[in-house]
Design a protein around this ligand. Structure first.
Ligand SMILES: *[C@@H]1O[C@H](CO)[C@@H](O)[C@H](O)[C@H]1NC(C)=O
Ligand SMILES: *[C@@H]1O[C@H](CO)[C@@H](O)[C@H](O)[C@H]1NC(C)=O
Ligand SMILES: *[C@@H]1O[C@H](CO)[C@@H](O)[C@H](O)[C@H]1NC(C)=O
Ligand SMILES: *[C@@H]1O[C@H](CO)[C@@H](O)[C@H](O)[C@H]1NC(C)=O
Ligand SMILES: *[C@@H]1O[C@H](CO)[C@@H](O)[C@H](O)[C@H]1NC(C)=O
Length: 631
């Protein structure tokens, strides 16, 4: 089959391009098909803008790295779309036209390739006539095989543009960056002894909060943290503000110095009456008496008179006592905790969390320069124990105050704080009994609740209203537009390279196409028919030939574009060379190619002035037009 078809081709081959009339000289040269995407100015403009974008991106990356991104509005400006959408959609949209245009150019280059090969002449069938138009990806391999460099680099740059979109979608990020700025705040409190301290309202409020904190698991309120109470200031407030504010202000630290007794004794006085006596590590003795029939669980706080301590119960150390009857054998158990509260006023740096409205840290920054009526007279730096009061010299204890409301507050404060500790003990895992069983079971609980009570007390009794300005530092987390270096550099380099390589291959491609004149888009069937219908060999190809058959029939010859007419014809020169090879030259072939030498050496190149009727006459007479002209 193969042999016979080769034979057939050779034997019946005769092109009739001599029948194609030359283009008349006086009419204008037919304008070659030159699509918009192949225009050199468009290509250069696109490539230049791509290289510009690449350079701009690199500059943007450098600025972004140096400044930690670009500032953006804190609130989303466009409310109906998310910033993420804007940041990935628009860069993608931006590279889309470039990528689109580049693929379009690549498609044209691939489309032109068989014609470019033919225009050089001497083209094998598989590189020209049989060249199918493939997609970008497979073109890469075929172009490598045939060493079609322009096609290869064109397809490579087109393939690279596919990466532009994911890269462009990934370059921008919104990052929360901490930014510090000086911030002036108004101080609303300053250290000073509250004049109405004897009314006990501040103590009652503190005790109430401590009780609620145990019952409802509350943390410290604003401006109180771990025994510190700082002067209040006005929180800056505007929407979206999220950060911390550090302010140099004043604060008072409370230390409860709670200890378990060195020794203790629960002595029954009568059937239900008990006397609890404990000795602190400092040798102070605290004692409490109670009636077990009053309640199975009892608690309280008593002042402790110590050597060296103030004779005024308002400033004396205290002893908390806790009593209960064991559930299993009904035997009485009692525990005590001694506490010696002290305060220290100092300059502090308070750091508040603006979102949580809590103080996250309080750092001591040296002593207060000027004495006031807390550090100096009348208080002289002594700490109220905050539980037992005597603000009038004519009575022992504020719980017996003639003002029944003050007396009730005094009772509530003492009972409230010790009750809160007792309640916290019963909330522990293992319950109240577990706390009684531990040697130091009540110590930490007492310290925790009593410290909070005293810190809250400090906040209300050791501070007075103020309106001065303080310097602060606001550290807030602000959104910054950040160019991600990895996709950023990748996109910048690729877009620059594609622009550069693109313009080079486009210029080389134009050079390669300079001998090629296509007057119609090369893809249409009509255009192909116009180019090939007089090539002669076309008659040997049958509509039902498959790819293999076509290949067999066409291989063995080389092809070119006729330089006079632009028609695709078998390259006779190649034919001769080929004839010296495997196939052998026979007479039929010689007769077929009889006029070759004249034609090849003829001074043709489309400069005929003959009219078509003249040509027709010549044809009818059996003379090819070039013979007539050359004669
Ligand atoms: C403490 O001093 C301030 C002024 O520095 C004053 O307003 C306040 O009443 C004083 N407190 C007492 C209890 O005297
Ligand atoms: C109390 O709150 C703290 C956090 O403030 C939490 O860690 C703890 O588990 C809470 N305890 C209870 C009993 O809810
Ligand atoms: C505030 O910032 C912190 C960390 O800087 C972050 O965890 C938190 O989600 C932010 N809150 C809001 C409302 O943005
Ligand atoms: C105890 O101290 C308070 C506060 O300084 C004072 O008002 C009270 O008179 C003192 N009591 C006695 C008995 O000195
Ligand atoms: C507070 O004072 C210290 C010096 O004692 C200073 O280093 C710090 O910057 C100050 N903080 C603010 C928020 O002004």
């Amino acid at each position: 089959m193969s042999r016979s078809s080769d034979h057939t081709l050779v034997e019946s081959f005769r092109d009739s391009t001599h029948l194609i009339p030359s283009r008349a000289l006086d009419t204008k040269k037919p304008s070659p098909y030159d699509p918009l995407v192949m225009k050199i100015w468009l290509c250069v403009a696109t490539a230049a803008s791509m290289m510009g974008v690449g350079i701009a991106l690199e500059i943007g990356l450098a600025i972004s790295a140096r400044n930690g991104g670009f500032s953006v509005p804190q609130q989303n400006v466009v409310s109906f779309v998310s910033p993420q959408f804007l940041l990935s959609f628009f860069p993608t949209l931006f590279v889309l036209p470039v990528a689109f245009l580049w693929r379009e150019i690549d498609w044209m280059v691939r489309w032109y390739e068989p014609y470019v090969v033919l225009s050089r002449g001497h083209a094998t069938a598989e590189e020209s006539l049989l060249l199918d138009s493939l997609g970008t990806f497979f073109t890469l391999f075929r172009a490598l095989k045939y060493k079609h460099r322009i096609v290869f680099f064109s397809a490579l740059t087109a393939a690279t543009t596919y990466i532009f979109q994911p890269l462009a979608g990934a370059i921008f990020q919104l990052r929360q960056i901490d930014r510090s700025e000086d911030w002036s705040v108004t101080s609303s409190r300053v250290i000073g002894l509250a004049p109405d301290v004897s009314q006990l309202n501040g103590f009652l409020a503190a005790a109430g909060y401590a009780e609620a904190a145990v019952a409802h698991n509350l943390s410290d309120p604003p401006f109180v943290k771990n025994g510190w109470a700082t002067a209040e200031f006005v929180f800056p407030q505007y929407p979206g503000l999220n950060g911390t504010l550090a302010v140099n202000t004043t604060g008072i630290q409370t230390d409860t110095a709670c200890r378990t007794p060195r020794a203790s004794d629960l002595v029954p006085q009568s059937e239900n009456l008990f006397n609890y006596t404990a000795t602190s590590v400092d040798g102070c003795i605290g004692s409490a008496s109670f009636n077990a029939s009053d309640s199975n669980t009892q608690y309280g706080v008593v002042p402790v008179s110590c050597a060296g301590a103030s004779p005024n119960i308002t400033f004396q150390p205290v002893m908390f006592w806790y009593f209960h009857l064991r559930a299993d054998n009904n035997s009485p158990e009692a525990k005590g905790v001694f506490c010696t509260p002290a305060i220290k006023a100092s300059n502090v740096e308070a750091i508040v969390d603006l979102e949580e409205k809590t103080m996250s840290a309080c750092v001591q920054k040296g002593d207060l320069p000027n004495p006031n009526n807390v550090t100096g007279p009348p208080l002289n730096g002594r700490a109220y124990n905050g539980l037992i009061f005597n603000f009038s010299p004519d009575e022992q204890d504020a719980r017996n105050n003639p003002d029944r409301f003050v007396a009730a507050r005094a009772t509530a404060v003492a009972a409230g704080v010790s009750g809160a500790i007792f309640r916290l003990a019963s909330q522990q895992s293992g319950g109240l009994q577990a706390t009684f069983d531990l040697p130091n079971g009540f110590l930490d609980l007492t310290t925790q609740v009593y410290t909070q009570h005293l810190a809250l007390t400090a906040k209300s009794v050791y501070f007075l209203p103020d309106g001065s300005q303080l310097n602060g530092r606001l550290t807030s987390s602000v959104p910054r537009l950040w160019i991600d270096p990895l996709p950023g550099h990748a996109l910048a380099i690729l877009i620059f390279l594609v622009g550069f390589v693109g313009v080079v291959i486009h210029i080389l491609g134009r050079r390669a196409r300079r001998n090629l004149i296509l007057c119609a888009p090369p893809g249409s069937i009509a255009a192909v028919m116009a180019l090939t219908s007089r090539s002669g060999f076309g008659e040997l190809l049958l509509p039902y030939d498959d790819e293999k058959t076509l290949e067999k029939k066409l291989s063995g010859l080389t092809y070119k574009m006729d330089r006079r007419t632009g028609a695709i014809v078998a390259d006779e020169k190649g034919f001769y060379e080929f004839g010296g090879g495997s196939m052998g030259r026979d007479d039929a072939m010689m007769s077929l190619m009889g006029q070759t030498h004249d034609r090849v050496s003829g001074k043709d190149e489309g400069s005929y002035s003959d009219s078509s009727s003249h040509l027709a006459q010549q044809t009818a007479a059996g003379y090819p037009p070039w013979v007539a002209r050359g004669a």
